[in-house]
Design a protein around this ligand. Sequence first.
Ligand code: RUB
Length: 320
Amino acid sequence: MNSINQAKFQYQSIEDILKDIKDVKIQGATNVAIATFEGIKLYLQNTGSELDSDIFEKAMSVGNKLAFARPNEPLAQNGLKYINYFFKVKYRSPKESQEIKQVLINLCDEYLNIIKSSKVSLVEKNLDMFKDIRNVFTHCHSSAAEKLITEISKGKEGFKVVCTETRPLFQGRITASNLLEKGLDTTMIADSAAETYIIGKAGFPIEAVFVGADEITVHGDFVNKVGSWGISLAAYYASIPVYVVTPLLKVNPESAYSAVQIEIREANELWPDAPHDLKLFNPAFDFVNRQFVTGYLTEFGLIKPEDVIKTLRENYEWVF
Ligand code: RUB
């Protein structure tokens, strides 16, 4: 599965959603967040007329299970804070279980709408900056980066995209297939060819790198698919701008106090029938230092790494 269609959310059980998040069949931070809040709604809708008094706690426990199935998912995790905060502030903690159920469903829908409208706004707010750009580079599959690249390409003769394979799970194939389906001139390269390509020693010259993010720190660093650090370093070396296309709600407020833990995935993703004594190490993501980031392209326009925390406080104070 490469995208979650909210209107046709097909899952019948929380266990199936959980399994697909863990197996990366539900892929990308935005889709994980959508699956989390559709999952909470599914749980609530499946509860019968005999509702428990602890329906709030049970729904939040389902949300926790899904939002923390993979560690680097603040977009989903911040949504639980949204529900917790506005349940008390906006809906004044209803006591009757039918009302609790309805309020929780409303809050899930509100958060799903925030995600959806952030993605629309991040295109509207940033598109004009890229009028003259024709050759771009992307990595992995980010629904946000894909959306912006597609919009930038519109009406431009000779617009070209280079994407990576993105081993070990080949999420770059999702990007490549989606871009091709939209009619974009797309070239795929092996991950290990990325840096050489970016610094201009192969293929056509790259004008800008667009990647997504799984997590952003309060200091303006970001976490994205493994390979992102080398790509960003190469772009920095070659003076090519690196844009991180993302809703601001991917900032992890806890990163003010503790180091970001990178998800380490199963070794068999690297080599299913590897020799018995071979040690395999399979980190899912890279931590990319803010010095490599030209800007975050968000629903509030371009934000410099040093302004991430200020903009988050101004717009989403409830995450703290
Ligand atoms: C996906 C990945 C994506 C971000 C952003 O990793 O690194 O770039 O999640 O995606 P994985 P989006 O395939 O391991 O989930 O812009 O769709 O939120």
